[in-house]
Design a protein around this ligand. Structure first.
Ligand code: SF4
Length: 254
C-alpha cells in the first residue's frame, strides 16, 4: 500500500468516508439488484432503488438517477449473455460468494466474488460486474493483469483447500470474465470480456507475496511519496475527522 497510515486507518481501524460518491452508490445498487435477481427475488428492483436512495450520496453524475438505475437493471435483465449464473433464479444461486483463506497466524485473505457462471459447454468462470462511464474500447485490457482477478483466482483455490466442504469448493474455475456495464446519457451498453486466465507462475508469485506480507508501520508515507493528494483519508489525516465513520470488522462464514 502507498501509505502505512492509510493502511491502518482503512484496513485495521475500519475508517471510511461517511459519504459515498454517487457513481459508487449506483454501482452498489446495481450489484444488489443483480444479486437479488439471481436469487429469484421478485422485489429485487424495489430493494435496489431503496438502497440507492438511502445510502448518502454526493451528486457527481447528474445522469445517475433512480429512473436510470431502473432502465439499466431492466436492460441487464433482457440482455442475452453467453454466460449464466449457476443455479440462477434460486436461493442457491452462485452470487455474492464470500471467500476467506487463512494465510498465516495474523492474516486472513477475504473478499466477495460477484458470480460464478457457466458457458454453453459447462465451463465455469468467475464473473465480475464493472459499472463505468468509460467507453468499451480498451476498457477490458486494463484488467489483464489486475491484482483483483489474480487474487480472486488464487483465493478460490486456497479457499477450496481450506474448506473442502464449502459450496465454493465444488467448482473448477477456468478464469474471470468481466461484464462491462457502460453508462452514458444516451443509454446503457453491455459487453463481456474474453476470459482472463492467470497461469500457475503468476498465482505462485502472488501467493508468495501474500505470505511474505507484513503489516506496514503506521507512518505517514504519503507525505513523502506524493500520494496524499488523492488519498481518501486526506481530511482525517489533517485533523478533520467529521466526515468519517468507523465500521467493525465483519468476519465471513465458511
Ligand atoms: S493523507 Fe497522506 S499521510 Fe495521510 S493517510 Fe493519506 S497518504 Fe497517508
Amino acid at each position: 500500500m502507498h501509505c502505512g497510515r492509510a493502511f491502518h486507518l482503512g484496513v485495521i481501524e475500519g475508517w471510511k468516508p461517511a459519504q459515498t460518491p454517487n457513481n459508487i452508490t449506483f454501482g452498489i445498487a446495481f450489484h444488489e439488484w443483480a444479486h437479488l435477481d439471481a436469487l429469484g427475488d421478485p422485489l429485487a428492483m424495489a430493494t435496489a432503488r431503496d438502497t440507492y436512495g438511502t445510502i448518502p450520496c454526493i451528486i457527481t453524475h447528474s445522469n445517475l438517477t433512480k429512473n436510470y438505475l431502473t432502465d439499466v437493471c431492466c436492460a441487464a435483465k433482457l440482455r442475452s449473455s453467453p454466460y449464466r449464473v449457476i443455479n440462477y433464479g434460486t436461493k442457491n444461486a452462485a452470487s455474492e460468494l464470500q471467500f476467506h483463506c487463512p494465510i498465516n497466524d495474523d492474516m486472513v485473505f477475504c473478499g466477495t466474488i460477484d458470480n460464478l457462471v457457466t458457458d454453453a459447454s459447462g465451463n465455469v468462470y468467475l464473473r465480475d460486474y464493472k459499472t463505468t462511464s468509460k467507453t468499451p474500447s480498451d476498457f477490458f485490457t486494463t484488467f489483464s493483469r489486475s491484482n483483483q482477478f489474480i487474487a480472486y483466482q488464487l483465493a478460490l483455490s486456497l479457499h477450496a483447500e481450506a474448506f473442502t466442504g464449502s459450496p465454493l469448493s465444488q467448482y473448477k474455475v477456468l478464469g474471470t470474465i468481466i461484464e462491462g456495464v457502460f453508462l452514458s446519457k444516451n443509454g446503457v451498453k453491455f459487453e463481456t470480456s474474453a476470459p482472463i486466465l492467470h497461469d500457475k507462475a503468476t498465482l505462485d508469485f502472488y501467493q508468495a507475496k501474500l505470505e511474505a506480507f507484513e503489516t506496514p508501520a503506521n507512518t505517514p508515507d504519503g507525505l513523502f511519496n506524493g500520494t496524499c493528494r488523492t488519498c481518501t483519508f486526506f481530511d482525517y489525516c489533517n485533523g478533520d475527522k467529521s466526515g468519517y465513520i468507523q465500521e467493525a470488522y465483519q468476519p465471513v462464514e465458511d
